[in-house]
Design a protein around this ligand. Sequence first.
Ligand SMILES: NC(=O)c1ccc[n+]([C@@H]2O[C@H](COP(=O)([O-])OP(=O)(O)OC[C@H]3O[C@@H](n4cnc5c(N)ncnc54)[C@H](O)[C@@H]3O)[C@@H](O)[C@H]2O)c1
Length: 308
Amino acid sequence: MRYLVTGGAGFIGSNIVKELLSRGKVVRVLDNFSTGKRENLDEFKSNPSFELIEGDLRSYHTVRYATDGIDFVLHQGALPSVPRSINDPITTNEVNISGTLNILEASKDCRVKRVVFASSSSVYGNSETLPKVEGMAVAPLSPYALTKYAAERYCQIYFQLYRLETVCLRYFNVFGPNQDPTSQYSAVIPKFIKLIKEGKEPMIYGDGLQSRDFTYVTNNVNANILACEAEGVAGEVFNIACGEKYSLLDLLEKINVLTNNNISPNFKEGRKGEVKHSIADIEKAKSILGFKPIINFDEGLKKTIECF
Ligand SMILES: NC(=O)c1ccc[n+]([C@@H]2O[C@H](COP(=O)([O-])OP(=O)(O)OC[C@H]3O[C@@H](n4cnc5c(N)ncnc54)[C@H](O)[C@@H]3O)[C@@H](O)[C@H]2O)c1
């Protein structure tokens, strides 16, 4: 089986590539290194089952070329980050929506068996009901969240109209090795670990009581593989998470304990477009995909700190 991992030089994509190659699969990566890193691919370069196409999701020609001869597309490539999308909604829109449309059209043309799309819990917005269940109304609060929802709908429409099999996975705050701690748009866990290890105070926007369903990346890698293999899942959307929530203050305390520190945060005014609480109902993924979180938050945090 031949896999195309878009965004394979990024955090989640590179973890997927590693697992697929370790299972003896043939893997092609399409990435333009806008947020991904060349060093995330260094260990695969000498593997004959690995191929890199450096190119942009926004070019249909490039995407069509990358999709040729592929069985499964794991579409991770996107411009992530809510704040980035607020600063530059047009580029986020082009990469995340038009880029996904290019992937779907090329996959239809190339008779790909299935496309698995990396969606996001941000599509739910500030839902009153917790945990968040796939069937509830969405309410995107940022351009980023809206692009993820539009791309999901395109995936479903391609299944309905053209019978191209698509599966959407709504990730909830993923963390682990290869996650970039250095960008202004970095996620909270790598940012906190880096600052605390340097003895610096991390910044918390808001009161620190906002909570997230932090999910170690191995769980998302497994979900992608299950989404390629499971029967009767085309056209579906699944939450992928651990089904537990922790506040940013909980997170800070755990990192302090694991790194033998006692650093307090700096608080700043809450950010626009940010969701207050996020926790997933993962029953649908469990019962239909056969998904089970195998590494919990504490274990994942320990592994992540060891990797730094
Ligand atoms: N990390 C999370 O917590 C999280 C949560 C929900 C959803 N997601 C989604 O998961 C996917 C992977 O996220 P990540 O955290 O690994 O981010 P990342 O930034 O590390 O990876 C994204 C990859 O896409 C590539 N890319 C961006 N624009 C491109 C373009 N125009 N053409 C080709 N490649 C391009 C980047 O270079 C990068 O390698 C994204 O679709 C993201 O929206 C992530």
